[in-house]
Design a protein around this ligand. Sequence first.
Ligand code: ATP
Ligand code: MG
Length: 368
Amino acid sequence: MIIKRFRAENFRNIEKCDIEFSPGVNLLYGKNAQGKTNVVEGIYYFSRGRSFRGREDKELIRFGEEGFRISLDFEDECGRESLEYAVFGKERLRKKNGYKINKVTEMIGSFKAVLFYPDNLGLVKDGPEERRSFLNIAASSCYPLYIKYYSDYKKALENRNCILKMMQKGLYIDRTELDSWSASMAEYASYIYLMREDYVKKLTVYAAEVMKEISDGSEELSIIYESNIASGITDRQNVKSEYERIFSSSLDREIAAGITLFGPHRDDLDIRINGIGARAFASQGQQRSIVLALKLAEGEVIKEICGEYPVFLFDDVLSELDDRRRRYVLEGRGDRQIIITGCNKAECIGFTDKEIEVIGGKYVSSHR
Ligand code: ATP
Ligand code: MG
């Protein structure tokens, strides 16, 4: 997957831009607060269906304006594609290849990108939500039905939690509604579990390979998917029965807590280096390496499942990597398009195919 062109109007600090990208390594460089990450944010919007920095579209509108427009031309196995998104007041306009589309879910899925940015370090050291969110985003770019199952699961979970809260307060005693939400949750959970299981199995192999390479063979990375299902159960009906059993057997505790205590919304990843838990024991450098390994592996899994590489977006992370890791990221990635941002052009000397200087929301390109 190769981005050809990104255009934006009244998006963040960009009044208007039209940037063409090279299929290789593209560097956006410039001083702080000039609009480097804004481009990455605009591009990644098409992969995720929302910004990775804020929840609300209105934050993305250039100060003093009423709306914004972003568009992306890219090339994949199907040929040239384009996506467009515009916001004006409460209006939203989405287009794919020039035709209007109604749902965000129709927009996401066609353009695939992997994003690595400084906050990603939370993946190793923060709580399980970060790792679940990583799993959700990564799995949804590989399995088209994942988002649907996950959002259906979340809806059922909300309803079940609501009933549990009422039962906790002694306000509700009819069990049939609760049972019906438990049954729906078990159904959706079984799909989510199996996709996550498959995903983590594939991810682990690639991530361990990258880790070995960047640590000169000294660090062995392992990732274990932690869920309520015992490993070895692979049949969907059996997974579903297992969730049904878990939901009914823990009911007394759940009523006492007023919340659902088990299920995919509580899953986690156990990340280890040389057998030791990374969350508690990995050094800063090791944490960076783990996240880098996970991000590069994320791209490999997309290639394995979908048949082509995503675009790699590295926002402001190069300066945190040592020479060996930086070289590993930038060298010999012939069939992968990379878009990097950074303040220091010198960090990338010899690796870039295109350099774009960013000054106050303006983009000036020069080819190597
Ligand atoms: P750094 O090197 O610090 O990461 P950057 O070049 O990546 O900087 P961006 O995050 O892309 O910087 O852009 C930040 C600039 O965009 C800031 O000057 C900020 O005030 C401005 N900005 C953010 N949102 C808006 C908006 N809605 N309207 C206008 N300007 C905005
Ligand atoms: Mg930035």
